[in-house]
Structure formats: structure tokens, C-alpha cells
Ligand binder design. Structure first.
Ligand code: SF4
Length: 188
């Protein structure tokens, strides 16, 4: 492993360890809030994936010389890690790859847990295979999915459009799961 990969692994391990501790300290109400939204995200993402898979996206990707995942290390965010940490599972990672979640057979995250930017991106070649009704369905699913990711971004300091590696630098020592919504009510 080269020096850049070793440094990336170190930063990644540090943030995963910190977030694992924060998740362990969550109360049941907060866990319930997160779990309900993760379940909704998983359903939408599985449908998004199935929509393009039905028109041969995997065949297009397998034969493509471009490397869409080459700069992907900044895509995984708080939401994607919470799937694993809330379930007490280990996160998949390979730091010798251009994106730590890129394995020999593609993304190590299942479609339900993939980052927003990854699951919603379709290159021109894939787009061209889709009928108009399917593209419309994808747009509808993406809108609903974006709203769910935004609900995390409005609630937690560590969520947002940036990946967690970038967010960790902005936050410094502050917790990823610090509530950042302005008014906390009993129902929130
Ligand atoms: S799809 Fe997976 S491997 Fe590709 S950039 Fe996104 S997280 Fe990385």
C-alpha cells in the first residue's frame, strides 16, 4: 500500500471509530428516527437500481473503459455508514482501490446502502437505454431520496452533500451526530 492509501486508511479508520462510539451512545428514540429513514432510503435505492438494471446497466458498466468510481472516496457519507454501524456490522473497505468501497466486481456497498451521488448517477450510455417513462420514474425516486438525505443533513452536523472524509475535516473534534436543528421539541 502506498503512502496516500495508508493515510486514507488512517483517516477512514479514525472517523469510523469515532462514529461507532457516537452510535453506541444514541438513545432508542434517536435510533428509531434513523432506522425508519434508513429503511425508506434502502427501498428507494433498491428501486432506483432495479430501474436501470432492468435495461442492462450492469452490462454497459462491465464493458466501459471509463472509471466512474475512480474519484469516489468522497462520496460515502454519514447516512451510508449509519446503515452498517447501527446494525453492528463491519464496513467494507479496500484502500488499494481508487475508491475504498470499490471491489473487483464493483461497489462493495449493496445498492440499498450506496451513496446518493453513486446510486443516482447514470452516464449517457445508460440513460440512452431507458424509455421516457423509466427516466421519469427515476426522477421521481431521486426527488424522494434527496428529501430523505436532506432530513439527515438538517438534523446532524456530520451529514450533508459532502462525503464523510471531507466533513470530518470541517467538523474537527465535533461529533458527527451533534443535533444541528435549531429547535428541539419533544416530538423531534
Ligand atoms: S459506487 Fe461504490 S465504489 Fe463507486 S464511487 Fe460510489 S461508493 Fe465508491
Amino acid at each position: 500500500m502506498n503512502q496516500a492509501a495508508a493515510s486514507l486508511e488512517q483517516r477512514w479508520s479514525k472517523l469510523v471509530t469515532a462514529l461507532r462510539c457516537e452510535v453506541a451512545a444514541l438513545d432508542e428514540h434517536e435510533k428509531g428516527w434513523i432506522s425508519a429513514r434508513l429503511a425508506a432510503i434502502a427501498l428507494l435505492q433498491e428501486e432506483l437500481h432495479a430501474c436501470v438494471q432492468a435495461y442492462g446497466s450492469e452490462v454497459v458498466c462491465a464493458g466501459c473503459p471509463e472509471h466512474c468510481c475512480g474519484q469516489g472516496k468522497n462520496h460515502p457519507g454519514l447516512v451510508n455508514l449509519l446503515f452498517y454501524l447501527l446494525a453492528g456490522e463491519e464496513l467494507p473497505a479496500d484502500f488499494s482501490a481508487p475508491c475504498p468501497q470499490l471491489g473487483p466486481a464493483g461497489c462493495l456497498f449493496p445498492p440499498a446502502r450506496r451513496p446518493f451521488n453513486c446510486i443516482t448517477f447514470n452516464c449517457e450510455q445508460v440513460e440512452e437505454t431507458l424509455p421516457a417513462a423509466q427516466r421519469q420514474r427515476l426522477a421521481t425516486l431521486e426527488t424522494a431520496l434527496r428529501a430523505l438525505y436532506e432530513s439527515f443533513a438538517s438534523r446532524y452536523a456530520g451529514a450533508g452533500p459532502q462525503g464523510l472524509l471531507i466533513r470530518a475535516e470541517t467538523l474537527g473534534a465535533a461529533p458527527f451526530l451533534r443535533r444541528c436543528d435549531k429547535i428541539l421539541t419533544k416530538e423531534s
